[in-house]
Design a binder for this molecule. Structure first.
Ligand SMILES: Cc1cc2nc3c(=O)[nH]c(=O)nc-3n(C[C@H](O)[C@H](O)[C@H](O)COP(=O)(O)OP(=O)(O)OC[C@H]3O[C@@H](n4cnc5c(N)ncnc54)[C@H](O)[C@@H]3O)c2cc1C
Length: 381
């Protein structure tokens, strides 16, 4: 049987490997990763402070144990620098060239960075993997009390929530007028904003950083709206961009991600893509649930049963424990009429399309737990 090579040891790479092993115990399986290859749950990076975990204790299974469990050869700290789709060969950063029969790109996404004026741009942290997290925690332990977060999306809000839980002073800067403005309706964003403000977040919305400079006690942040404040650490959480560089150099079709069809097959023979790096039938869905569904389908395809990925309704849960948020449905790129109900314990928002059909919902606060399941059921009908 033809061997399988996966590049990437994140949730996409390892979930696929697990699903493959459920169906096939024998095929030669190699996982190449530029990081340590330890298995961890990336969503926990933004809740680890409250859970008392650090970069070491976030590791659920070491690369060594993963290799045993998956009966796979794992090559950690190994970066693939080039891909030859004709000869079916990979170049590794130590100069080695290795062949593949079938290749899965599970390369993830890279944090988007903007260059701020001033002398402190290089000190701004992004937290997107375990190494970043170790660096972030080392910085936090360096007498940091005030943290500025650039970006009021899912990751920015979750880090704000987590830092508040440990009594840090948190400033959040966001371009939109409300947090999560690209994900949820304004009223829901307002509810989250108020709850986090009550807990201590200083919001700076509808603006961005004009200049960031070092000063003797940390950093001086000057905003475009004329405000300024001091902080000890700056985190950038303005979004992620699919990791497409390697595939692009190899001539694969790229759009916002590595373009794949419903079988997760790329434009090149014997190459598939899964996870944050992939654009599946026009959609980049950088979340855990699409990875789970994709991995299950791809494992079948690779073991001889071509299987299209079909996504059910997949809610996105924002882990802002001070005021939880859930959003689900076809609310992106559609004309939506939101029916907003303000309740004592949160916001209930139902999305209708122009035919007045319910196509999604958003809940915030206490009612997330009370109403989520019923609304998910209703949406699936
Ligand atoms: C802070 C945070 C919180 C999140 N919370 C949630 C949540 O609550 N719910 C949810 O659904 N989603 C959440 N997400 C998103 C979710 O975690 C991601 O969708 C998922 O982890 C992506 O997995 P992946 O395997 O595609 O990418 P990654 O985990 O980034 O893995 C990419 C892998 O590719 C390797 N790699 C890249 N380039 C090369 C190369 N050239 N050579 C060799 N190896 C390479 C990397 O080393 C890595 O092992 C969160 C994300 C973040 C950052």
């Amino acid at each position: 049987m033809q061997s399988i090579t996966i590049i990437g040891s994140g949730l996409a790479g390892y979930t696929l490997a697990r699903e493959l092993r459920k169906l096939d115990k024998e095929t030669l399986l190699t996982i190449i990763s530029r990081d340590a290859g330890d298995f961890y749950s990336k969503p926990m990076l933004s809740t680890a402070l409250a859970q008392g975990k650090d970069a070491k204790t976030l590791v659920m299974t070491t690369a060594e144990k993963m290799a045993e469990q998956l009966k796979a050869k794992i090559r950690p700290h190994t970066k693939v620098t080039a891909l030859d789709t004709v000869k079916q060969k990979l170049t590794i950063d130590n100069g080695d060239v290795v062949s593949y029969d079938r290749l899965i790109l599970a390369l993830g996404a890279d944090p988007i960075r903007i260059a701020f004026s001033g002398d402190a741009n290089d000190d701004v942290l992004s937290v997107n993997d375990l190494d970043d997290y170790a660096h972030f925690r080392a910085k936090l332990s360096d007498n940091v009390k005030r943290v500025a977060i650039v970006g009021a999306g899912l990751i920015g809000c979750e880090f704000a929530n987590d830092l508040l839980s440990q009594d840090y002073q948190v400033d959040v800067i966001g371009l939109g007028e409300t947090p999560l403005d690209r994900l949820i309706p304004v009223e829901a964003g307002e509810a989250l904003k108020t709850a986090l403000a009550d807990a201590g977040v200083h919001w700076h919305l509808g603006t961005t950083i004009e200049e960031l400079n070092k000063d003797k006690s940390g950093y001086r942040v000057v905003l475009q709206n004329g405000e300024s404040f001091d902080c000890d650490l700056v985190i950038s959480a303005i979004g992620l961009r699919s990791h497409t560089e390697l595939a692009k150099q190899a001539g694969l079709e790229i759009n916002r991600g590595i373009v794949v069809d419903s079988l997760l097959q790329s434009s090149a023979k014997n190459i598939y893509a899964l996870g944050d790096c992939a654009e599946v039938v026009g959609q980049v869905l950088p979340y855990v649930m699409p990875i789970m569904h994709g991995a299950r389908a791809l494992a079948k395809t690779l073991t001889g049963e071509p299987t299209d990925v079909v996504y059910p309704v997949m809610p996105v849960i924002v882990k802002s424990t001070l005021h939880p948020v859930v959003v689900a449905g076809m609310i992106y790129g559609n004309e939506i009429d939101w029916n907003i109900i303000k309740m004592d314990d949160g916001i209930k928002a139902i999305a209708f399309n122009i035919e007045e059909k319910m196509i999604g919902f958003c809940l915030t606060g206490e009612i997330v737990n009370k109403e989520k399941q019923a609304l998910l059921k209703e949406l699936q009908l």
